[in-house]
Design a protein around this ligand. Structure first.
Ligand SMILES: CC(C)(COP(=O)(O)OP(=O)(O)OC[C@H]1O[C@@H](n2cnc3c(N)ncnc32)[C@H](O)[C@@H]1OP(=O)(O)O)[C@@H](O)C(=O)NCCC(=O)NCCS
Length: 208
């Protein structure tokens, strides 16, 4: 039997997550405003979802696209209710334990020795190579590549098609522009762009 789950989120990322988990887990309800035809129950609040999950032994995935918001919501959900899962078309090394509410999308790869925190998105066709560490709330966007033993700090965003070279550390809350090639460490809360990636600006907020 497929694990029944509730999506906390009903936007584009929720739809992508539901598609990724087809055949792995069965979506039974969503929370959030949406014009999409979900063809499942639409619940009014996160607390209603938690109550339903506890009553019927369902699992929850937080599918909010914004990294910081996803983690904030995730922190309110009992850990035992969280589902983490990988698409049938993905290749996740058997030694990898995905943190709660982390999802590996279609055709993505997570190599041996990788550590994947909570609320992580490994998006379509992204590659997370051996011994990489992805902190809580990281999003590796479609077709981005994080090479061997690199580290991506909590809440960081790796844009589509970007490459993080082996052993490089991307700081918490950093934003890596689409297509960037990151050849050296990126401080926390900094945005970098280009090939090789150069700093664009430093965010005023922190992610912790
Ligand atoms: C890096 C990024 C976050 C910057 O967004 P932004 O702050 O809104 O930046 P803007 O669109 O205002 O662009 C600012 C400047 O940077 C340039 N720029 C933006 N993104 C760039 C990129 N990835 N690489 C190189 N230059 C880029 C723009 O051309 C613009 O240059 P200009 O000032 O000379 O006109 C965004 O462009 C990006 O790459 N996002 C990744 C999207 C993605 O992968 N989504 C996946 C969703 S699943």
């Amino acid at each position: 039997m497929l694990t029944p789950w509730i999506s906390l989120g009903a936007g584009g990322h929720a739809a992508s997550a539901a598609h990724a988990l087809a055949g792995v887990a069965e979506l039974v309800a969503v929370v959030g405003l949406s014009t999409r035809d979900w063809s499942v129950d639409v619940l009014e609040s996160d607390s209603a979802a938690v109550a339903m999950a506890q009553q019927h032994d369902l699992r929850i995935v937080v599918t909010i696209g914004d990294n910081r918001r996803r983690l904030e919501v995730l922190d309110q959900i009992p850990a035992a209710l969280l589902l983490s899962a990988a698409a049938l078309t993905s290749t996740v090394s058997p030694d990898v334990v995905l943190g709660g509410s982390s999802v590996v999308f279609h055709h993505a790869h997570v190599g041996p020795g990788a550590r994947v925190g909570r609320g992580v998105i490994v998006n379509t066709a992204a590659v997370v190579e051996h011994d990489v560490t992805l902190g809580d709330g990281v999003h590796v966007a479609p077709a981005a590549v994080v090479l061997g033993a690199a580290t991506v700090g909590a809440g960081a965003f790796v844009g589509s098609g970007a490459r993080i070279l082996p052993g490089v550390t991307v700081g918490a809350g950093a934003v890596i522009g689409a297509g960037a090639v990151v050849t050296r460490d990126v401080p926390d809360n900094v945005s970098v762009l280009g090939v090789p990636a150069r700093e664009r600006h430093r965010f005023e907020r922190t992610t912790s």
